[in-house]
Write a protein that binds this ligand. Structure first.
Ligand code: ACO
Length: 336
């Protein structure tokens, strides 16, 4: 049976670094509050004047991943793009990226699952490969949050946690009897919590979709019930990890590294304690990047590979929860 193998990874962070102290000049907040509640010290944002969309960040990450895989863009037979911050309302950034890669008819699919976008995207790529619909897939997670954040005190709870960035994976279907690739996948959604984290406008259920009143009220900015999401994450991430381990017939001690979504350092530390894991087995980079949503797990994966924390023969657990609500976990084993 075909197994989905990662052939190359790449990441791209825009060059503008915004520190907590920079934010404290724009709104009532402090480095101490942000660090203590979230672990975040700084994040990367695209240029203030605009002009850079999630497909542009995705393109830079994709070029690196393709290069590391030894592939040309023409080798791809499918593109999957996960984001909650598309360049424009439609068409999605998958099509925009396809054109920027110089491709003509390669199919492109967008995934709108927020912080779980990478997990849904990886599971989708695996299904396409196993069904024979595609064999060389580019999976991208990319976000430009900064142009959609309320940088006044009104939006401080949301604004301080988000960063921009992108990462890409080249995935290939390989015929092998080895127990490698995606060993287990668990995905979930619970729409009853949709209003816990959402951006309401522009809205197709409103006519017109955007009004001066909705802009005045800031309804085009994300709103979040952070406390409830925090509580749900702390409970559901260990449950999901245990389900993934059971399905893969593994113990937590078989996992070389957990690469969680980077939403809040405290959530990931609570997960580590709940799973009785040593600190070094859970990867963190939220301190430097904030929450880059669909890009956060693949950025962390790319860094972990670069730091030689994982490589040939390693087993990793990807896990995350976010808006939707959506959450899930995937266990991946690198070939030897
Ligand atoms: N700076 C200073 N004070 C602030 C800030 C800020 N940036 N933001 C909020 N406050 C204030 C609040 O106004 C409140 O003040 P009050 O007590 O006078 O009313 C106080 O700090 C506490 O606010 P809470 O919202 O209760 O703070 P909490 O401890 O819950 O931390 C946080 C907020 C960091 C957002 C946390 O709830 C969290 O991380 N939640 C999970 C977020 C998450 O995982 N989201 C999903 C992923 S994102 C995605 O899917 C796109």
């Amino acid at each position: 049976m075909k197994k989905t193998i990662i052939r190359g990874t790449g990441r791209y962070l825009p060059s503008r670094v915004v520190t907590n102290d920079d934010l404290a000049k724009l709104m009532e907040t402090s480095d101490e509050w942000i660090k203590q509640r979230t672990g975040i010290e700084k994040r990367h944002w695209t240029p203030e004047e605009g002009g850079v969309g999630s497909s542009d960040l995705g393109l830079e990450a994709a070029k690196i991943a393709l290069d590391r895989a030894g592939w040309k863009a023409e080798d791809l037979d499918f593109i999957i793009f996960a984001t909650l911050s598309p360049d424009i309302y439609f068409p999605g950034p998958g099509c925009l990226l396809q054109h920027k890669l110089g491709l003509f008819s390669t199919p492109a699919l967008d995934i709108r699952q927020q912080c779980t976008g990478f997990l849904y995207g990886l599971a989708t790529a695996d299904s396409y490969i196993k069904s024979g619909l595609a064999n060389k897939i580019l999976l991208v997670g990319a976000e430009v949050h900064s142009t959609g954040l309320d940088i006044s005190t009104r939006g401080r709870d949301v604004t301080v946690i988000f960063g921009d960035g992108a990462a890409a994976l080249c995935l290939e279907g390989v015929e092998t009897d080895e127990n490698v690739g995606l060993l287990s996948v668990s995905l979930y959604a619970e729409g009853k919590y949709a209003d816990n984290l959402s951006t309401e406008f522009p809205a197709s259920r409103c006519n017109p979709r955007l009004t001066e009143e909705s802009l005045r009220q800031g309804l085009h900015y994300a709103k979040m019930d952070g406390k409830n999401i925090f509580k749900l994450a702390v409970r559901r991430l260990p449950e999901t990890a245990n389900k993934c381990l059971k399905d893969a017939n593994l113990l937590i001690s078989d996992i070389d590294l957990v690469i969680p979504h980077q939403a809040n350092l405290r959530i990931n530390q609570a997960f580590q304690q709940a799973m009785n894991l040593p600190e070094e087995k859970v990867f963190h980079n939220i301190q430097r990047y904030g929450n880059t949503t669909a890009a956060s797990i693949p950025i962390a994966l790319d860094e972990a590979i670069e730091m030689n924390l994982i490589g040939k023969g390693s087993t990793v657990l990807f896990i995350g929860l976010g808006a939707g609500l959506t959450w899930g976990g995937i266990i991946y084993k690198f070939p030897k």
